[in-house]
Design a protein around this ligand. Sequence first.
Ligand code: GDP
Ligand code: IMO
Ligand code: MG
Length: 439
Amino acid sequence: MIGAQWGDEGKGKITDLLSRSADIVVRYQGGVNAGHTVVVNGQTLKLHLIPSGILYPNTECVIGSGTVVDPEILIQELDMLESLGISTENLYISESAHVTMPYHRLIDQASEERRGDHRIGTTGRGIGPTYADKSERTGIRLLDLMDPEGLKKQLRWTVNYKNAILEKLYGLPPLNPEEVIAQYQEFSKRLRPHVIDCSLKIYDAVQRRRNILFEGAQGTLLDLDHGTYPYVTSSNPVAGGACVGTGVGPTMIDRVIGVAKAYTTRVGEGPFPTELNDSMGDALCDRGSEFGTTTGRRRRCGWFDAVIGRYAVRINGLDCLAITKLDVLDTLAEIKVCVAYEMDGVHCQDFPTNARHFARCHPVYEILPGWQQSTEHCRSLKDLPQAALNYLKFLAELMEVPIAIVSLGAARDQTIIVEDPIHGPKRALLYSNGQTLLA
Ligand code: GDP
Ligand code: IMO
Ligand code: MG
């Protein structure tokens, strides 16, 4: 399950729904930049790293090797869940996952400040610098954290190296290596019982025919390789990232489910063709409560963009989509959908990967009538106003992908299951059979 836009599509809610039939839920990339809100029995839970599958007592959760782990925030999350009576015994963390250190957070924040007008608008959680160290081969992994003597040696060298950057490049005070060592040794004691070989655990589950849900954080357009570079995150949220980020072969993945909002949001900097800098944008933000779960920043809001939707179908090989937050559009008289772009007078239907071109794209809209009545209580397609049904059909046909789930509110039951997203027909099959797109 992946995000088909710029993150915050409502993946937390959909993961929670799909976790009901999963034996294992696995995060494969990203770190505590993610913020997933789940509403269960009126209670709101905010998770950054632990998959929302943890709410089901029999579901195992794995934080995979492609993630980056901030132990301090992870431990806070474990404490929060335990304090609510939710067991975290079933949580496993890959020993190969990289660890976010205090210098990563400081460098993330200082480098953003230094970039000025060129800033990315990161979450300031040290994500980019942690992945940079992984690529540079100076990173600390969970397995390094589990070796107290090795960790001391490694951190004395690394903290001094990073201090040179903090002091000389950014004019910041240095970190005390012994304090960092002591703090991370404490973290390692707490996390040790959860640390495992992730690929082995998942392969074993595959052989025992368990159901495994791979949960992407962020979204397709924030992907390091396929998103709106450089305004992206430093990992691979796309479906292919699930293989690399867990050590599972591509033949073991049966199905790919995308999650998209019925409109679009983006947090941080970067081009966003359908952005609404007017009262309509404010209305979407207010009705959708579009404020970041991780940083509290106001999310930029705009109309649904089917060009990026089609791109997400292609890049991820989506079998079906979950459309969330349809209820947010309930009051509108008209709804616009971006069906193509116009760039320097040229009509284009495909997402341009060149960010400079993308920044010059203007949306070409089709206008659909709104339904101007509440959909919050709809529980089947039959309950939906005709205009809402037409809107969904229009999206499905534009993106050539079936809509399997429609979400009409944050609660678990505010959902229409159009078709079984796990056992329903695969997209390729559906097309060869000439079936309709929505149901
Ligand atoms: P994620 O990062 O993709 O998991 O999404 P976030 O949790 O950051 O943001 C989605 C927000 O929308 C959360 O506050 C959810 O509780 C809420 N939400 C999810 N689905 C719906 C829906 O269908 N309607 C409404 N109104 N809110 C929803
Ligand atoms: P979830 O999982 C939305 C954005 C940041 C910034 C860019 C890079 O909740 O959908 P980073 O801190 O990752 O280096 O920031 O990516 N970003 C997100 N936007 N949802 C997220 O996660 C995000 N995680 C990172 O705002 O633009
Ligand atoms: Mg989020």
